[in-house]
Write a protein that binds this ligand. Structure first.
Ligand SMILES: Cc1cc2nc3c(=O)[nH]c(=O)nc-3n(C[C@H](O)[C@H](O)[C@H](O)COP(=O)(O)OP(=O)(O)OC[C@H]3O[C@@H](n4cnc5c(N)ncnc54)[C@H](O)[C@@H]3O)c2cc1C
Length: 474
């Protein structure tokens, strides 16, 4: 059967995962990305393997995030920072750690089922160790233990730095350590670029914007323009809209009206020179959007720590959430945020917000007050289909024949998304196999040295410290 030609607009996690999966199935792909490198949109640092950061979402969404995260970690193993996450409920918060336990038990059982179904799914350690509880007495005992000089091999060893540094009066017990790992976006950007460049089926067009689309010959005709001013037309049998927060602008080109939101958010780059080498991520629960919103302390290599604080003064922004209108499927963010996305942030805003983020986390980890601004923030606008801003699991829709619209809210949803697109292409007779494999040869063939070098280059080219391109625990 003759294979189809697929045009993908957008080279974020959604676009590159689709390109890798379809290219592997022998489909001819042209991937357009207006930026100079791939995966340069909103950041990601956390593999939500169970969604335990979100008390407010349903068990079903958590179980879906777990399964998708296991698949994502199998697909992109070189991106996973294998350090667990500590979940703490602050004393000032209304919630209790006990209330979190039924869901954790459910997730542990679901993970055990995934591993029983396929041993290769055991990417988060043994299922019985999916989570561990630590009472105050145990934490005090751990605080006296020496620090690990190599990556800790068990849950207790992972807790030692937190035990030494946390202000125990600020958190409720037990603390929970869960096998939710980290992700490194620079390594994904690097690996995807190297793998896609090596695939004959994929034509990768960086620095190329899609400026217009119209239906043609049962497929689509795309007009594109390169950064140097060159332009052209691309005819494709099938269109994938993976334009991230600009998804609505592609819908608008096609005259499709759809409800969606976009949210501008930021995490901050700090440097804690005195930091112990192997920290888990630590999250402090809190009610989103209030001055006591969730805090997220995410360790990178070299003493760098990425920070979230779910308050309007730190990660969230006044007028940062915009919705589509009757006239346009593309929500309109305030000009300031669009300008920051294109050109970067003013230095004084970086300093002010990063300092606030440091102080926010230092409330729980007093020694962290010594940290300093470590680099630019990690920021961007995130698309949310529909009108529920709490939605955390979404993949892809097919609003019209031969048109797939990707709207992932978490990066791990990209595997389900790619599978659904392959199946739709097969139904259209444009692809032989309906299911991409769990691991892709082009990613498996990557050489570590090449990924590390390219990831460092990308981090530096975007103004981030080189150390942030490395895994803390590979
Ligand atoms: C502060 C913050 C923290 C986050 N943390 C996490 C996390 O820890 N874990 C997690 O799973 N998720 C996280 N997310 C969400 C995650 O970043 C997004 O879900 C994900 O990056 C979306 O990927 P995407 O490929 O859909 O979109 P994008 O990465 O935005 O990619 C879309 C691409 O399309 C390109 N494009 C748009 N229009 C055109 C055009 N006309 N022509 C050519 N190219 C075009 C853009 O340049 C862009 O590169 C976070 C989001 C934010 C804002």
């Amino acid at each position: 059967m003759e294979k189809g030609h697929v045009a993908i607009v957008g080279g974020g996690v959604a676009g590159v995962t689709a390109a890798l999966a379809l290219g592997t199935l022998g489909v001819r792909v042209t991937l357009f990305e207006k930026g100079a490198s791939l995966v340069g949109g909103p950041p990601f640092c956390h593999l939500h393997a169970g969604g335990n950061l979100y008390r407010e979402i349903s068990d079903d969404q958590c179980v879906a995030l777990l399964r998708q995260s296991v698949e994502f970690a199998r697909l992109y193993p070189f991106v996973v920072d294998r350090r667990p996450t500590v979940i703490a409920v602050p004393t000032r918060d209304e919630g209790s750690p006990e209330a979190l336990l039924p869901r954790l038990a459910l997730l542990r059982d679901e993970y055990a089922k995934l591993v029983a179904a396929d041993p290769a799914n055991e990417v988060l350690g043994p299922p019985e160790g999916y989570f561990r509880l630590f009472d105050e007495a145990k934490l005090r005992e751990l605080a006296e233990r020496p620090l690990a000089s190599s990556p800790p091999e068990n849950a207790e060893a992972w807790m030692v730095p937190a035990a030494k540094r946390l202000d125990v009066s600020k958190v409720k017990f037990p603390l929970i350590l869960v096998q939710e790992y980290g992700l490194n976006m620079f390594r994904l950007a690097a690996g995807a670029k190297l793998a896609l460049e090596a695939m004959e089926e994929v034509d990768l067009r960086l620095e190329t914007s899609v400026t217009g689309i119209e239906p043609a010959h049962g497929g689509y005709r795309l007009a594109w323009r390169g950064r140097g001013g060159e332009s052209g037309i691309c005819e494709a049998d099938y269109l994938i809209n993976a334009a991230g927060f600009l998804t609505g602008s592609i819908d608008d080109m096609l005259g499709i009206r759809e409800k969606r939101m976009v949210e501008f958010k930021a995490a901050y780059t700090s440097l804690w020179r005195d930091r112990e080498r192997f920290w888990p991520e630590v999250i402090f629960h809190g009610k989103r959007g209030t001055p006591r919103g969730m805090g997220q302390f995410t360790p990178y290599a070299g003493g760098y720590v990425q920070l979230h604080g779910m308050t309007k003064e730190i990660t969230l922004f006044e007028n940062g959430l915009a919705a589509s209108t009757e006239e346009s499927s593309q929500p309109r963010l305030p000009e300031t945020f669009l300008e920051w996305i294109e050109k970067g942030w003013p230095e004084e805003v970086i300093c002010e917000r990063t300092r606030r983020a440091i102080d926010f986390l230092a409330y729980f980890i007093p020694g962290f007050a010594e940290a300093e601004v470590g680099g630019p923030p990690l920021f961007g606008a995130q698309q949310i289909p529909g009108d529920d801003p709490e939605l955390r699991v979404a993949e892809v829709a097919f609003p019209r024949a031969r048109y797939a619209r990707c709207e992932i809210v978490k990066v791990s949803s990209a595997t389900d998304m790619a599978r659904a697109i392959a199946s739709d292409l097969a139904a259209e007779g444009l692809c032989d196999a309906a299911k991409p494999p769990a691991t892709l040869p082009a990613l498996e063939a990557l050489e570590e040295a090449a990924v590390a070098k390219e990831a460092a280059r990308i981090a530096l080219s975007r103004g981030y410290p080189e150390a942030m391109a490395s895994l803390n625990v590979g």
